[in-house]
Design a protein around this ligand. Sequence first.
Ligand code: NAX
Ligand code: K
Length: 510
Amino acid sequence: MKILTAAQTRLADAYTAEQENITSLELMERAVKAFLAWFEDKFTSKTGRPVLIFCGPGNNGGDGLAIARLLHQHNYNVQVFILSTNGSYAPDFKANLNRLPEEIVRKHLQQASDFPEIPANALVLDTLFGTGLNRPLSGFITDLVQYINQSLATVIAVDMPTGLFADAPNAPEDIIIEADFTLSFELPKLAFLLPSKALYVGEWTVVPIGLSVKFISQAPSSYFYISPDVAAAILKPRPKYGHKGSFGHALLISGSYGKMGATVLSSRACLRSGVGLLTVYCPSAGYFILQTAVPEAMTVTDPKEQYTSQLPDISTYNAIGIGPGLGKASATHQLVKQLLETTKAPLVIDADALNIISEDENLKKSIPPDSILTPHPKEFERLAGIAQNDYHRLELLKEFCQEHSCYVVLKGAHTCIGTPVGTFYFNSTGNPGMATGGTGDVLTGIITALVAQHYSPLESCIVGVYLHGLAGDLVKAEIGEQALLASDMVSYLGKAFLEVQSYDHKKKKF
Ligand SMILES: NC(=O)C1=CN([C@@H]2O[C@H](COP(=O)(O)OP(=O)(O)OC[C@H]3O[C@@H](n4cnc5c(N)ncnc54)[C@H](O)[C@@H]3O)[C@@H](O)[C@H]2O)[C@@H](O)CC1
Ligand SMILES: [K+]
């Protein structure tokens, strides 16, 4: 799924209306009906909760007025509050104000003393500003936004939380609606996918409103959201006459004393992701652990007991994963250096292997092209520098991937894949239960297995992060977030594969 800018979204709206020969007011009605279906599903009118709708002067406010009319028809107790501004009101705002049934209580807000009492059980709809925001909020509007934020009510932002830019940085001091839910139209906005914006966006959902598929497919964008169809289209069936040689031989260089668990998790995930053969290279202390815990893997040990010190023969592998639990012994540093300088097999580089590379500029320069790096934000900071904000982090990600011709899987709530051509892919699966030790090792195993099976680096990253998050979501559905373990995710990888493979492209659902 492509992510468009606010400006492109406006053009998509206009193009769609023109192509379908409908007015913008009719398109607004379509959007509002899509909102209503979501809203009624979540908050039935039977709860009797008052719905307070705060409307700005533009089309976002127009949405609010149309929503007020429809909710009133559906027996909700609706009150409308209209922002008084010096500027004019949008034509579709005026049209919807004219259509607002007389029985609906409405009030103009000019100053703080006009603000209504917001009951704790109220549902507040934020339709003050949407994608038309072109400067930070100021003056009286910030008082209103702070007043709403301080209330105990459930806040639902329509299209965008007011004050948040869809695709540009906000200043730290900007006042922004802190929504519990955001219901947005057609496509997610870039801001929804950035960690520091979660406070404002809350739980977000996108509903289709039938914007032109042609416009969206032709619109230039560097940002993509990994929807299920994308992962499903990449995953290939295993050919009937395939044998273990057809599915690649992976090498995993991993483990140090006290961290052999990382090797076990990574190896199991690799084997559960369809690799034909797996060899693990670990310190000699890991021999019995690996042979017992992962009998499907072949184990080759380093002469050193507690850490790896010598690069083994790497001539026969289709992919090499390195890093989980590796430690940073100076001999291991040499091993990493030798690997980077001599490998012909594609690399997946994680954890301490990344930390070792971060500490040596020459190593950074010798990252082979098309390698996949899987840092968490702190590891990425060590590699590429400190980001001033989420947008700056994306810039650093782009620069790093272009400079080193590599793919970086920046792990987080919406894991972001950076590519050598400057595109970004944000993951849609996963949950906070996965913020626990070992889940990164699982990801390294999955991606290494996919690369070994001859998926391209980008395909391996996209399907890898999607399956990883999906396995986490399947575990969450069984046992919740708190008890989720990385090893549970390995157990659910099979179901995650099945779910992706069962995607029905026609019906667009699993
Ligand atoms: N155009 C369409 O066909 C559709 C638009 N939709 C809605 O329309 C919204 C966009 O509407 P608009 O483009 O009218 O923009 P908004 O309603 O977001 O903002 C209205 C106007 O407020 C002014 N403004 C911007 N920042 C301000 C600030 N900080 N303080 C005070 N005034 C400010 C600008 O002049 C802006 O055009 C979307 O977010 C969505 O909710 C939906 O109804 C779907 C269809
Ligand atoms: K809004």
